[in-house]
Design a protein around this ligand. Structure first.
Ligand SMILES: Nc1ncnc2c1ncn2[C@@H]1O[C@H](COP(=O)(O)OP(=O)(O)OP(=O)(O)O)[C@@H](O)[C@H]1O
Length: 364
């Protein structure tokens, strides 16, 4: 647990960057600090590892004030990941990652073994270990930055815009991978971002700060969407709140309808025999949906070129947002629901999802 107790930071020129911040980042959870530019996010983060000294108030790790701690020991307990990764340019990837483990006294051989494991854990091929940072893409460098912070196995992590220096697609991948990793490692993390969607996607709880360094609201992502504390938070969280909040609601009692399928390579006749409906799902040999075809319009055998690929698939344990999107995006308006191996479980319609939304009272 990281706690801020009445923490204020006034810079020498009189700028109040953080104003009476009270906040607890619970053990094993990811707390995101979000807010407009200049609202004191980075200042708050850097006060935790004492790169910046608070003007007043107290910051504590598991109840113990950081003020009296030896700074080197304090920083060893706290992994730190920054934008652009901040890697040592003249060290190889493996040496970059191993460096933090070495700081805590781990032998060179052991540190390199830990580093190699982490390099793979964050989704990089082992062969990248020998490369230098300049031989990696921005997203790969960010992964190395995360691996390096984890190599000392710190109890706490501070992450300052860790995924912001990459394009939106890589960013999405890094976020997904990081969520998976955090599910395993369960570190106590404070992450800073200016991107509300990133905050809502990653945070167990989200602290919205307003200009002047005041905490506007501390809440779960769903609470922020369904019960913003005031107009500032509502505006900051942004539009489509109703739709986006469905991302945090899981459909219970949804029933999926059986759906005929046909394989790629089957004939138009096979497709017409399989259904009288306008649209039919084409699946691969493992029953994974590949796309939709219109049997009446087919001739010859079904190939990739015949597929309508507009439909998304929702995982069977997915959110109502994923379910609704699957139904809305399918040309048949029947959304594909798939299991963990990507196999078709069944389909559902828009009104099935709407009925589930109507009967769900969560967050209200
Ligand atoms: N060394 C400093 N001296 C004076 N003012 C500072 C100093 N560092 C930051 N500030 C000011 O403190 C306020 C908070 O800055 P901080 O970097 O914490 O904000 P932020 O929310 O992280 O912003 P951004 O999203 O733009 O990175 C800003 O008004 C900034 O100009």
């Amino acid at each position: 647990m990281i706690s801020f107790e009445a923490v204020t930071k006034t810079y020498p020129d009189g700028t109040v960057a953080v104003d009476d911040l009270n906040l607890v980042a619970p053990t094993g959870q990811l707390t995101v600090l979000v807010g407009p530019s200049g609202c004191g996010k980075t200042t708050s983060l850097r006060m935790v590892n004492r790169l910046i000294a608070p003007s007043s108030g107290r910051i504590a790790l598991d109840g113990e004030s950081t003020e009296g701690m030896d700074v080197a020991l304090l920083r060893r307990r706290i992994g730190y990941v920054i934008q652009h990764a901040g890697l040592f340019p003249h060290r190889t990837v493996i040496d970059n990652v191993a460096s933090t483990a070495r700081l805590s006294g781990t032998s060179r051989a052991r540190a390199r073994a830990i580093a190699l494991e982490l390099i793979e854990r964050v989704g990089l091929p082992a062969a990248f270990a020998k490369r230098y940072p300049w031989q990696l893409s921005g997203g790969q460098q960010q992964r190395v930055g995360v691996a390096r912070a984890l190599a000392a196995d710190p109890e706490f992590m501070l992450m300052d815009e860790p995924f912001s220096a990459v394009d939106p697609i890589v960013r999405g991948q890094l976020q997904e991978e990081f969520l998976r990793l955090q599910r395993d490692i369960g570190k106590t993390i404070i992450m800073v971002t200016h991107d509300i969607d990133e905050a809502l996607k990653l945070g167990d709880q989200v602290a919205v700060l307003r200009t002047g360094g005041k905490l506007a609201q501390l809440a779960t992502p769903q609470e922020l969407l369904t019960a913003p504390a005031d107009e500032f938070v509502a505006d900051f969280v942004g539009r489509d709140r109703g739709y986006r909040s469905l991302g945090f609601v899981h459909g219970s009692g949804l029933r999926f309808s059986p759906e005929p399928t046909v394989r790629l390579g089957a004939t138009a006749e096979d497709a017409r025999r399989a259904t009288t409906d306008r649209w039919l799902i084409v699946a691969d040999e493992h029953d994974r949906p590949r796309g939709w075809v219109q049997p009446a319009a087919l001739s010859g055998t079904i190939s990739e070129a015949d597929l309508n690929l507009s439909g998304t698939s929702a995982p069977v344990d997915g959110s109502l947002r994923q379910m609704l999107d699957a139904a809305l995006s399918a040309p048949s308006r029947r959304g594909c629901v798939i299991d963990a191996d990507g196999r078709l479980v069944g389909t559902l319609r828009v009104h099935d999802v709407l009925a589930a939304i109507e009967s769900d009272g969560s967050g209200r």
